[in-house]
Write a protein that binds this ligand. Structure first.
Ligand code: FUL
Length: 472
């Protein structure tokens, strides 16, 4: 009978998913955590953020472009991929498109024979970075903008960009639609209804016909969501779930935290620049984010269950400036050091409830993504206790839910045991959601034990990983 019970226990089925759950593609995308943006183009040479669409193409004149320097810098900064502004709102194309003369073909760069989308995508392949494209729907150069003629041009541009440069990991449909522009000399205001005009569904289908796994930012059929600001933070309370109507997709207050009862899995992407602007401006050379500021961005994005899309402006030479590169690389090295030693690895871990031996609490300390600790179905509160062989200091915590089965935790509490009593760990942000990843900073505690108490609102508690670190 005892043996029979053991067999039964070890076979207990995995928890039912609590929907919505991520697709395989969405989970792969969440696991990237950090990747880069490159903003470069006519704006760079005209000291602008939003070109009007009439800067002369020959003003684009980089002297020593080096896409490999970009890619090596990004790799050394821990970036898993790069999304390139193939065309910004000014309409200038950095690849030799057939759709317009307003492109790299009409510049001194390589006597009009250059193709920066090609150069960057090849550097990415060579150095093992994923490649993605930003192509602005809003086009302040095109005479046809606002009419069907432009929509056809836009879709053709997407076709060129998705069929000629290999597999893309993400495609960006930017939401900005400012209205005024050059528009082939009309020099006027043009308004469109974005959710209808661009036929985003068709645009998405073009992308997916070539790169079926590409994540989609923006438009009406995204696979991820904008976080609602460009300052570099997601709320501490951060649901991967969201609503899919166009109004909600543009609701900045809701985007920053998501919806506990959202019907779709649409995790956040935090897009922010390493400088105040997206494009390079000499006047901002003294305002490059420091290692400390980059670390804050990381805790407020990846640490809040969101991906970090960090922008690097390329300068007039065609390089990522030395100071940006130094700060980003130093930040990544610091991060690697900070998270190198999980002090829980040698602790003894126990749980208040465990589904079966297949879902043992010990799995929160192994590195296998598909291993996790799970409780029985009816349990709505549970705790984990980590007991150290000797008093141990730490001041950072990392938690991961097993999100392939959904995001469930709505509150958790941290305590440590020292000198014979339990004390709360003081955290200066709400310890509410976890999701794919949650990182928490607090004053160093020295403890004999660490306790994490979880409260979940629906579904079954599934915790994938827990880490504690001591950062000097
Ligand atoms: C915004 C654009 O208007 C900015 O120029 C930048 O490209 C940013 C990433 O997206 O909507």
């Amino acid at each position: 009978m005892f043996v029979g019970f053991l067999i039964l226990a070890s076979c207990v089925h995995q928890p039912e998913p609590s929907y919505p759950i991520p697709t395989v593609q969405q989970l792969d995308w969440q696991q990237l955590e950090t990747y880069a943006f490159i903003h470069f183009g006519l704006n760079t040479f005209n000291d602008m953020e939003w070109g009007y669409g009439n800067s002369h193409s020959y003003t684009f004149n980089p002297t020593s472009i080096d896409c490999e320097q970009w890619v090596k810098t990004l790799k050394n900064s821990g970036m898993k991929g790069v999304i390139f502004t193939a065309k910004h709102h000014d309409g200038f194309c950095l690849w030799p498109t057939e759709t317009t003369d307003y492109s790299i073909k009409n510049t001194y760069y390589k006597d009009g024979q250059g193709d920066l989308v090609r150069e960057l995508s090849e550097a990415c392949k060579k150095h093992g970075l994923k490649f993605g494209i930003y192509v602005s729907p809003w086009d302040r150069h095109q005479a046809e903008y606002g009419y069907q003629g432009y929509v056809d041009i836009y879709h053709k541009q997407i076709e060129e960009l998705t069929s000629n440069y290999g597999e893309l990991f993400e495609f960006w449909f930017d939401g900005a639609n400012g209205g005024t522009g050059w528009y082939g000399g009309a020099d006027e205001m043009r308004s469109i209804v974005a959710e209808k005009y661009y036929d985003y569904e068709k645009a998405r289908n073009i992308v997916w016909s070539h790169s079926p796994n590409a994540a989609i930012f923006g438009g009406t059929v995204p696979t991820l969501r904008w976080v609602g600001n460009e300052k570099g933070f997601a709320d501490a309370t951060q649901w991967c779930m969201y609503k899919t109507d166009f109004k909600s997709l543009n609701d900045e207050k809701a985007l920053v935290r998501g919806f506990k009862d959202g019907e779709a899995w649409l995790p956040s992407e935090v897009d922010v620049s390493i400088r105040p602007g997206w494009f390079y401006h000499e006047s901002e050379n003294g305002q490059v984010k420091t290692v400390e500021q980059l670390m804050d961005l990381y805790f407020n994005s990846v640490g809040h269950n969101a991906n970090l899309l960090l922008n690097f402006p390329v300068n007039l030479d065609g390089k990522i400036p030395a100071i940006d590169s130094a700060n980003a690389v130093n930040w990544y090295q610091q991060m690697q050091k900070d998270f190198s030693n999980n002090v829980l690895k040698d602790s003894k871990v126990t749980a208040s409830n465990t589904r079966s031996s297949r879902f043992s609490p010990k799995y929160v300390l192994d590195d296998e993504y598909t291993h996790y600790w799970a409780t029985e179905d009816a349990v709505s509160r549970a705790e984990l206790v980590f007991e150290f062989a000797q008093p141990t200091a730490f001041n950072r915590l990392m938690l991961q839910e097993y999100v392939p089965l959904g995001q469930n935790v709505e509150a958790f509490y941290l305590d440590y045991y020292f000198n014979g009593k339990w004390l709360p760990i003081e955290v200066d942000e709400p310890t509410t959601t976890i999701g794919y990843k949650r990182l928490i900073r607090f004053q160093t505690v020295k403890a004999d034990k660490l306790r994490i108490r979880f409260k979940c609102f629906k579904g079954t508690l599934c915790i994938n990983q827990v880490g504690a670190f001591n950062v000097p």
